[in-house]
Design a protein around this ligand. Sequence first.
Ligand SMILES: Cc1cc2nc3c(=O)[nH]c(=O)nc-3n(C[C@H](O)[C@H](O)[C@H](O)COP(=O)(O)OP(=O)(O)OC[C@H]3O[C@@H](n4cnc5c(N)ncnc54)[C@H](O)[C@@H]3O)c2cc1C
Ligand code: FES
Length: 512
Amino acid sequence: MDHEPGAGYSLPGRHESFWMETTPETSYPPLPGDIETDVAVVGGGIVGITTALLLKQAGYTVAVIEGDRVCSGVTGHTTAKITSLHRLIYADLIDRFGSTEARQYADANQAAIGKIAALVQEYAIPCSFERKPAYTFAESADDRERVAAEADAARGLGLPAAFVEEIPLPGRTYGAVRFADQAQFHPRSYLLHLASLVPEAGSRIFEKTRALAVEDEKGSCRVRTENGTVTARAVVLATHYPFYDGPGFYYARMEPSRSYVLGVRLDEPFPDGMFINAAGPAHSWRSQPADGGELVFVGGMQHRTGEDTDTREHYRSLEAYARSVYPLRSVDYRWSAQDYITIDGVPYIGPLADGHENVYIATGFRKWGMTNGTVAALILADMIRGRENPWSGVYAPDRFKPTASARRFLVHNIEVAEKYISGAISRPSGDLADVRPGEGRILMIEGRKAGVFRDREGRVRAINPACTHMGCVVAWNSAEETWDCPCHGSRYDASGRVIHGPAVKDLAPRRG
Ligand SMILES: Cc1cc2nc3c(=O)[nH]c(=O)nc-3n(C[C@H](O)[C@H](O)[C@H](O)COP(=O)(O)OP(=O)(O)OC[C@H]3O[C@@H](n4cnc5c(N)ncnc54)[C@H](O)[C@@H]3O)c2cc1C
Ligand code: FES
């Protein structure tokens, strides 16, 4: 997507992910028909590619089934900090889960940093992998206490944590928690290399092959795709959101959250480190070596997918925030993406549900999927090999802690779905003549709702705005020119083609 979205509005930077622009496109073939394999891995992001490689190294045959191109989903639109410092989490984990589970989370994420470093070294992958400290900084006196508590909690769990009064970013801070020896990299350079190691000795990668359904019976699973069926002993749903939910009810237990990224250049070198604020709208910073000099990625401004009407404002606010910290020489890139947040903030990694022990999921990374996605690969590879894994307990998908905040989350999610299914929020507004070039709107046409998009040449395309996943009414995303579903985060391009699950079917066109 490199066109300028939003009629009459200019937004900062090129509308492209730096990671996508600076790496070659892949061209793995589509699935040629029905095949058999040991493990079918559906989805080729960091979870799918890493899991496939680990299983292949363990002697299994794997088939990666990717609906689009590998590493072009969220993993191609991340900020790629590799750290176990996940804003603030450890004090809360100890409180809500207990110290055994909090330690599992800490150990797992530290091990993931080590695993990525080891793979980079083993295969000499040129992916600008660099060790960096990570900071979560307080922007107010209130946040200071929470940051200090986080440093204590993390240190108690054996993490390389310290409370520091100052950080090397400009501006006033009230202290920070600092983790030593974390890392950053170019995620596509890393993962495209790992992907290139998969197709060999019976293992394969298939692109442009959307999985439509999973059947799971008597020790044998079938993944039905648009190009044929893959029969396997185990299936890993590495699709970011499990499009096949079974009896897991994940749709009620997670919410989709979008964030925005700008790639900027400064007149001075960026300090050594990766940074994020402790609370409120996220402000995240890291640097990246690039042609033409160092780029700096500033990210944040999260909101529930489909809930904000003018998403262009988030790019503008992010630019204004960045300019309040540094005078910017230029804004070169902008992109946005989404991740899922579970009811208790910890990902779901493991078997889909009771009675579905051969179908595995990995989802809900809360924007910390570089380490947690690698953790998922390590846990799932162990499970499929029948090995114990020391961290699987905290990630078990069937856990449920009936805390007050968990109940509030569930009720809120159900209310949101009810409102969007009934259409109480996405109200039709105006008529066809009001829709400007580059704009999409929900209109009432002949007594029925329609999603109407007018392109820059004036052509109008109309779709049925009922999401093909579970029927919520989609909302127009002005910054990306997409139809986004607020219920579980499915996304469609302006003509209604699915670009992000859990939906697997396109929005139906509306004629007349
Ligand atoms: C703006 C932003 C910044 C972030 N920054 C960081 C960070 O600094 N550090 C960090 O640790 N994490 C970060 N994250 C989180 C991290 O990027 C994600 O958690 C991670 O990339 C998710 O990886 P994945 O493999 O689960 O999903 P994806 O990379 O999206 O891969 C899933 C793949 O499955 C495919 N697929 C989906 N449905 C189907 C289907 N039905 N059939 C076939 N294929 C299908 C998709 O096409 C896609 O390629 C960030 C997230 C966002 C949104
Ligand atoms: S994503 Fe579930 S209803 Fe749209």
